[in-house]
Design a protein around this ligand. Structure first.
Ligand SMILES: [Zn+2]
Length: 476
């Protein structure tokens, strides 16, 4: 993959970005390469998985056509937990807890639109691509219960010292257990069979140009399964505190990475600028035979497309050096640079193709599929109070997030409220005795050290104008 601008054909408009160099859209190729370096047999596994995609997609489309008569399946939205690991400056840059809530809400909305053919910018899809505008039928919601059964806002926040994760993204690729996925230094995975785990972190060091990286369920330790994205690319933002400058501010970093989690690939096949089945001598192509994404409705493509291409070809997108195989035109409607799986700007990607969408659905919506279990937990999506009943007015106005839970000592308390905290935030034991407190100062974030207390169950209580909110925690 390239870290420099790539000019492909005519009409490519490049936007100014905040990055000193063009960011890597994602680190999937780096992850694949690392897996193969650790165990060469992964090369065959990845190839076999890619080659099976077409059949997976076609089988799903057939299954879908027959579902009403021959096969049925019941699925629900996938519970998403956002693990946000930032330093205090980044936390403030996101707009604090209230800003993070908006980003999480908007990110879920973006995912649901993009995966269900409901994105408003589909109006920009050229006419010749409209028939390929795919609908995966996969939907998402905030996880409203944590693995212990406690209420959850769908996110948890860990404020770290700025120097703790200096090579964060690099660790995702190179370490068996990345620091940001450990409870002791970051935030650990929630049950990967029930929750979709998204870590929002700052990529620095060797990975400073990354926007996202995915560990799909097919490989790597299960504690890593999920997506890491650059914290500031979370959600759709336009202006105000924490807004992420164009062109990566429409929430599509996660759309792209979720595509990888459901096992679809970059349209150009990550082959170093080659054409899929032949060696092209056309300008712009690397010599040698390359590969593709295993999907037949994404035309042959040599390499990633960056920026915001102007679709100057009537009814199509743009062409590249794989346009002709001999005298055969392989890109009659251009390349799939408008797919969420290319590297174009957030505002220049508008669709999954029919087969990309069907390939993902085959993994998610069909019993036995790799990620099917994620769709079988509707109770995790239901907003709750600490007693598990319907949300009260108090709960809707104010909430607390306490983490990590269980804890071995220090707990972080994130406050989501438009109201004042009336007095202290207190910690009480099972018989109601106060064992710790922190003075309420109407901040979004507090920290209490409980390491001197006996192990067991405690409750964190906070009084707001509309009532009190309590969270149960386990000290281990
Ligand atoms: Zn990617």
């Amino acid at each position: 993959m390239k870290k420099i601008f790539t000019m492909i054909g005519a009409g490519v408009l490049l936007h100014t970005t905040v990055f000193a160099q063009q960011p890597e859209r994602c680190g999937m190729k780096a992850w694949h390469d690392k897996m193969i370096a650790q165990d060469p047999s992964w090369a065959e596994k990845f190839q076999a998985q890619k080659e099976a995609l077409q059949a997976d997609a076609e089988s799903y489309l057939l299954y879908k056509a027959q579902a009403g008569t021959e096969r049925t399946t019941v699925t629900s939205a996938i519970p998403v937990i956002f693990h946000i690991i930032v330093d205090s400056a980044q936390f403030n840059n996101l707009g604090g807890t209230s800003g993070i809530i908006k980003r999480c809400d908007s990110q879920i909305a973006v995912l649901n639109r993009d995966f269900n053919k409901q994105n408003s910018d589909s109006s920009l899809i050229p006419a010749s691509w409209k028939s390929l505008y795919g609908n995966s039928g996969i939907s998402f919601g905030l996880a409203r219960k944590d693995p212990s059964g406690n209420c959850s806002p769908g996110y948890e926040i860990r404020i770290i010292a700025g120097s703790t994760l200096t090579d964060a993204g690099y660790d995702v690729i190179n370490e068996t257990t990345p620091k940001e996925k450990l409870a002791s230094t970051g935030l650990a995975s929630w049950d990967h069979t029930k929750y979709f785990n998204v870590w929002c972190i700052n990529f620095t060091g060797a990975a400073a140009s990354l926007l996202g990286i995915t560990v799909p369920p097919a490989g790597g330790p299960s504690s890593q399964h999920g997506v890491c994205i650059l914290y500031n690319s979370l959600g759709k933002t336009t202006s105000g505190a924490g807004s992420f400058p164009s062109p990566y501010n429409k929430g599509r970093t996660l759309t792209h990475e979720v595509g990888h989690f459901f096992e679809i690939w970059h349209p150009w096949g990550d082959d170093g600028g080659r054409c899929p089945t032949w060696s092209s001598t056309a300008s712009g192509c690397s010599s040698g035979t390359g590969s593709d994404d295993g999907i037949s409705d994404t035309p042959p493509e040599s390499d990633a497309v960056y920026g915001s291409p102007t679709y100057t070809i009537s009814g199509g997108t743009i062409h590249d050096c794989c346009e002709f195989h001999g005298t055969t035109e392989t890109q009659p409607i251009g390349v799939a640079c408008l797919s969420y799986m290319d590297y174009t700007d957030d505002g220049a990607m508008h669709m999954f193709t029919t087969l990309q969408a069907a390939a993902m659905a085959s993994k998610v919506l069909v019993s036995g599929g790799e990620s099917y279990s994620l769709t079988q937990n509707p109770s995790l999506l239901v907003p709750c109070t600490t007693t598990g009943v319907e949300p009260s007015v108090t709960e809707l106005k104010s909430s607390l997030s306490v983490y990590p839970n269980p804890t071995t000592g220090e707990i972080n308390i994130s406050v989501n409220s438009q109201e004042e905290i009336l007095d202290n935030i207190v910690v009480v034991n099972l018989v109601g005795q106060q064992v710790a407190l922190v003075q309420g100062q109407n901040k979004d974030y507090y920290s209490i050290d409980l390491s001197g207390l006996s192990k067991g169950i405690y409750f964190v209580k906070c009084n707001f104008a509309s009532g009190s909110v309590t969270r149960k925690i386990l000290l281990q």
